[in-house]
Design a binder for this molecule. Structure first.
Ligand SMILES: Cc1ncc(C[n+]2csc(CCOP(=O)(O)OP(=O)(O)O)c2C)c(N)n1
Ligand SMILES: [Mg+2]
Length: 358
């Protein structure tokens, strides 16, 4: 049995896949993206949102430990720059988003009220899915946020459907379908790639390559571990991006949106990222060393990265501390709100089960 290999650090901020051997070289290719030039206000907003996700997830971990969150709970700590960088470029209510079970961060990055998300995690009636979705199955149709899915890879096919709906309705929206490095080995992903390219659907496939699928490292499970190349045989171009740098992420999504809006069909973004916590709350993470996690935190932490940009932009340490304090308050209030909200009434067990009666 081969030993799991250490994940490779990404070398470049962004890399575009070269045309495959035998490919039509006259076909247009996306530009290799450059880092987004953010204003001071935008940087402050990126920082706020990423710290909100981190503190929110830490609190969710605590509530889980206290038995206030039932079922599974997968934290997004370490991956904040991906959801924040991407969703800052989307239009909520116009563009659609779909993801897997590691979904709290994506909802927060779409500006959804933390109180409603925390209430959902704790199974309360005030939750965004009335307490019936929980951590893995949160929805907000109003924001065109279509979950929250527990079946690995299934959201990619549903995302292709959302892309189809944008095209069919001519609403100008784009679907962003997030999935993991593990999900990238699921068969239905490639059926979806095929149809999405064939029908030139407005969809951006985002692989959040956090280096592990539960306890299995990418290198141990994937014959092609450069996941941005996974669309090549379907003629879907791919970009590999430093997913720990919010400006690189935003730069890449800008390029991807341009590609899709220009009518070129789908594009694939591989975000090289890392999760600091275990796969879920019940994972002791024995498949990797503490040193590996610590090295990532020390060298590539996405929040520390934005802090550096803020200081370069002339924001004072005091102002940054002020934001940190305000976020702690928001998260504490969300937890209080959730804990003091009632659970759904018993008869709610029978509502929202079927859309129609048969
Ligand atoms: C079809 C299917 N197979 C297996 C599982 C069990 N499972 C849940 S999460 C997971 C790992 C997925 O890893 P990845 O796609 O990298 O996402 P990450 O957890 O890293 O965000 C597996 C195998 C499942 N939920 N669905
Ligand atoms: Mg993974």
């Amino acid at each position: 049995m081969a030993k799991p290999t250490t994940p490779r650090a990404s070398t470049a901020k962004a890399k575009a896949a070269a045309p495959a051997a035998g490919a039509d070289h006259n076909r247009p290719r996306p530009q290799t993206p450059t880092d987004y030039k953010a204003s001071k206000e935008e940087l402050l907003e990126f920082y706020r949102q990423m710290v909100l996700i981190r503190r929110f997830e830490e609190k969710a971990g605590q509530l889980y430990g206290l038995g206030l969150i039932g079922g599974f709970c997968h934290l997004y700590i370490g991956q904040e720059a991906v959801a924040v960088g991407i969703q800052s470029a989307l239009v909520p209510g116009k563009d659609s988003v779909i993801t897997g079970y590691r979904d709290h961060g994506h909802m927060l990055a779409y500006g959804i009220d933390p109180n409603l998300i925390m209430a959902e995690l704790t199974g309360r009636e005030a939750g965004i899915s009335r307490g019936k979705g929980g951590s893995m199955h949160m929805f907000s149709v109003e924001h065109k946020f279509f979950g929250g899915h527990g079946i690995v890879g299934a959201q990619v096919s549903l995302g292709a459907g959302l892309g189809f709906a944008h095209k069919y309705n001519g609403d100008g929206g784009v679907c962003v379908a997030y999935f993991g490095d593990g999900a990238a080995n699921q068969g239905q992903v490639y059926e979806s790639f095929n149809m999405a390219e064939l029908w030139k659907l407005p969809i951006i496939f985002v692989i959040e390559n956090n280096q592990y699928a539960m306890g299995t490292s990418v290198n141990r499970a994937s014959s092609e571990d450069q996941l941005y190349r996974r669309g090549e045989s379907f003629r879907i171009p791919g970009l590999q991006v430093d997913g720990m740098d919010v400006l690189a992420v935003r730069g890449a999504i800008e390029e991807a949106l341009k590609w899709v809006h220009d009518g070129n069909g789908p594009i694939l973004l591989e975000m090289k990222t890392y999760r600091y916590r275990g796969h879920s709350m019940s994972d002791p993470a024995k498949y990797r060393s503490r040193e590996e996690v610590q090295a990532m935190r020390d060298k590539s932490d996405p929040i520390e990265g934005v802090k550096k940009y803020l200081i370069e932009a002339g924001v004072s340490e005091e102002d940054i501390k002020g934001i940190d304090q305000a976020i702690r308050k928001t998260v504490a209030e969300a937890a209080d709100f959730a804990e003091s909200s009632p659970e759904p009434e018993l008869h709610e067990l029978y509502t929202d089960v079927l859309v129609e009666q048969y």
